[in-house]
Design a protein around this ligand. Structure first.
Ligand code: ZN
Length: 505
């Protein structure tokens, strides 16, 4: 296979060293029959179909065409950039040149949304011609879990992909996914009319992501319970600045919490919201939801920042709905925080899998409370996973995806908060202060300022009181305000004494 990799590198300007064992197995298998590849995010699933035309040409002396069905534009765009002139995209209004290339089969890769191929009679006619019947054709269903998850409501066309079986009877189907339960694997075969299916899979939990689950208090108004997640994280960002690990905070329940999160960020960070000059590109915290998905400019800034080395990027936290990240190569994310539980274990694995893609140690933290897991849209498996306090989280996940004992054989260094309860410590936040507590601290600071005759604005006093836990550290006071060291030490000791009383209450 090394020879094919070399040709691949030359053709597309890549620098892959060699194929991983399961990539190799998938390539050998798809030439003969249908394949489901369930491999973790970042394993390199797309390389399997990218290299396929080269393998067919060199090994089988046959031309090949790979038709790739993708759910989202962002992946198609990335792949088109990578594969250049060998690829084309099907759309409702294709230019004449591309139409001609399509007709004479002058392409190794065809990318499209299922909506642009399924049921399109003129495309079916083209694909039935000799240009395609004489070639080896492969149908790749990327993010194949969509067939099951989206089948009925959102994108019913996913259930019609099977039509391609009669249009291209000689084509083999390669279904790619990161996450499919045992039950899901069976359903997928049924919906895609797959035959002699080879299932190639690894346990879905990645070894370099430690899994932590933390209960959030059940209090009203609901915002308060989200403060438990947002406030400490933003305070930490304020403290660490550029050293803060690149983080995605998923708000699965509702888009409202994305908006609320950004509100809290502005409150806590103030001018520290920007790294340097106050302009959008320098913002440290941004939000991402479906309307941003449509607006190309902001989306581009976010994705570029997320795939840039964090030491060079100002962006540190993206507060997002599930719209963020499917299939996109977000190389340097090292923390994924769920402000509330996702709907399914599949979604949980996809979303946590966006951390640690560069191979470094990463963390996934899931917050939940009893109101969250009362939601009817949250699956039983997620509820059980949240409530679990006995079993290794990794082994729970692996067995859900059909890998009974696989994880107990693994030796994962930093596994989960059940295997090592210390992992939880960093995430057991002290409750955010309520208005009465802030008032008490404010009053104490005000009288100290008065007695000592210190020149300090009321806005500074306000900031000291509302971000009290940050200013327990006198260095932070020195950094933010023009005060002497003695005064800063005195203020920090007042704050910490008051906080101690508050917390011990
Ligand atoms: Zn564990």
């Amino acid at each position: 296979m090394d020879n094919y990799v070399k040709l691949y590198n030359e053709e597309f300007g890549m620098d892959i060293c060699s194929l991983k064992s399961l990539q190799e197995r998938a390539i050998n298998s798809i030439i003969k029959n249908d394949v489901i590849c369930m491999l973790p995010t970042g394993y390199g699933k797309s390389l399997i179909y990218e290299i396929l035309p080269i393998v067919c040409r060199e090994k089988l002396k046959r031309d090949a065409c790979v038709i790739v069905l993708e759910p989202l534009n962002v992946i198609i765009q990335q792949q088109m950039l990578k594969l250049g002139s060998k690829a084309l995209t099907l759309s409702k209004n294709m230019c004449e040149t591309w139409m001609k290339r399509l007709e004479c089969g002058d392409c190794s890769y065809i990318f499209c949304h299922p909506e642009n191929i399924i049921g399109e009679k003129n495309i079916y006619t083209i694909l039935s011609k000799k240009a395609y019947s004489s070639k080896l054709v492969f149908i790749v269903v990327d993010e194949a879990h969509c067939v099951i998850q989206w089948g009925l409501e959102y994108r019913p066309i996913y259930r019609e992909i099977k039509q391609l079986r009669s249009v291209l009877p000689h084509a083999n189907i390669l279904a790619l996914t990161a996450t499919l339960s045992l039950q899901g694997q069976k359903e997928l075969q049924k919906y895609l009319l797959m035959r002699n299916t080879d299932i190639i899979a690894t346990p879905p939990s990645k070894d370099n992501i430690s899994l932590i689950v933390v209960p959030r208090p059940f209090i009203t108004p609901v915002q308060k319970t989200y403060d438990y997640v947002f406030q400490p994280v933003f305070l930490e960002l304020k403290k660490k600045g550029q050293d803060f690990p690149l983080t995605i905070i998923y708000c699965s329940g509702s888009m409202d919490w994305v908006g609320y999160g950004i509100e809290v960020a502005w409150k806590v960070l103030g001018d520290d919201m920007y790294a340097g000059e106050k302009k959008t590109e320098n913002q440290r915290v941004v939000m991402y939801h479906s309307s941003i998905e449509k607006g190309d400019e902001v989306k581009k800034i976010i994705y570029t920042n997320l795939s840039t080395n964090p030491s060079e990027s100002p962006l540190k936290i993206v507060i997002a709905t599930i719209a963020l990240g499917m299939g996109a190569d977000l190389r340097h994310v090292s923390q994924v925080i769920h402000a509330g539980p996702p709907k399914s274990m599949e979604a949980y694995i996809q979303q946590t899998g966006r951390a640690g893609r560069d191979g470094t140690q990463a963390t996934a933290v899931l917050f939940w409370n009893k109101s969250d897991i009362g939601r009817p849209d949250v699956t039983q498996a997620v509820k059980d996973y949240c409530r679990n306090c006995d079993n290794c989280r990794r082994s729970l996940i692996d067995s859900y995806f059909g890998f009974g004992s696989a994880s107990s054989d693994k030796n994962v260094p930093i596994c989960c908060d059940i295997c090592d309860s210390n992992l939880k410590n960093d995430w057991l936040f002290t409750p955010p202060l309520n208005s009465l507590q802030i008032h008490a601290i404010r009053t104490a600071i005000q009288s100290f300022v008065k007695i000592q005759k210190i020149q300090i604005s009321s806005m500074c006093v306000e900031s000291l009181a509302s971000n009290a836990s940050y200013y327990v550290n006198a260095e932070n006071i020195l950094k933010e305000f023009k005060l002497s060291e003695t005064i800063a030490n005195a203020l920090s000791s007042i704050i910490s004494q008051l906080l101690e009383i508050q917390i011990s209450k």
